[in-house]
Write a protein that binds this ligand. Sequence first.
Ligand SMILES: Nc1ncnc2c1ncn2[C@@H]1O[C@H](COP(=O)(O)OP(=O)(O)OP(=O)(O)O)[C@@H](O)[C@H]1O
Length: 242
Amino acid sequence: MDLGSLTLDSNDVVRKCVSILGIRGSGKSNTAKIFAEELINAGVPVIIIDPDGEYKGLKVTTFDKFSEDPEEIVNLVHLGRSVDLDVNEWNEEVFKFLTSLMNYLWDVSKVRKKDLFILVEEAHEFIPQGERTPLSDILTRIALRGRKRGLGMILVSQRSAKVNKDVLSQSEIYFLHKVVHPVDIKVYKEILPLKTKDVENEIKSLTTGEAIFYKDGELRKIRVRKFDDQFIVANDLDKVEI
Ligand SMILES: Nc1ncnc2c1ncn2[C@@H]1O[C@H](COP(=O)(O)OP(=O)(O)OP(=O)(O)O)[C@@H](O)[C@H]1O
């Protein structure tokens, strides 16, 4: 996986929990998009929970209307297709649908065990700290115990301190873009094995597209390549309604 100044082996990231954090404009969605693009190219499908319609340029099938039956989406993903769930209207119906989709995925993955990722944009909205919902329960279970069923998770958030701490602290791969708020800096201090001053200095120096990469004790500053928007037209497949 070519992410820019960082290369990863896709076999080394599957079934893991990845957290991509940073303030608005720090480049975290671009990083998530590049990460997803590289997974898709490596044959690992991604289910994207996409409240802001930011993932259109990827080779995905977009859904923007949701029935109560998630089977079709899961079958599509198990055939190797990635899907973008354009959930820009967050209402009870969408949350109910996502809950049944994730529960169904959890159940069938016990048998099928196909490697895939669930990418959760605005993760603080779906797996909030200090609040439990049926959706946050199943997403938490997937993040913490999905490995045996082939399930990996990518959490993206600009509100690090508002994402469920258990899930965040159990991530195995971190891309930490710039943050400025002290509560978010505190979260970075809890994640990184650095002295407080060093964390502050590292974060301060980050520009758009730069992040602190942390995995298996390896820690370094990286620059993520920019997503090539030119592919958007070619890859933006028709929206599908089921
Ligand atoms: N690696 C990069 N190299 C160059 N430009 C980048 C890079 N990452 C992001 N950008 C640019 O910075 C801007 C913000 O990027 P992006 O949307 O990824 O940030 P963000 O942190 O996700 O913000 P938001 O929360 O508002 O979505 C965009 O215009 C994007 O093109």
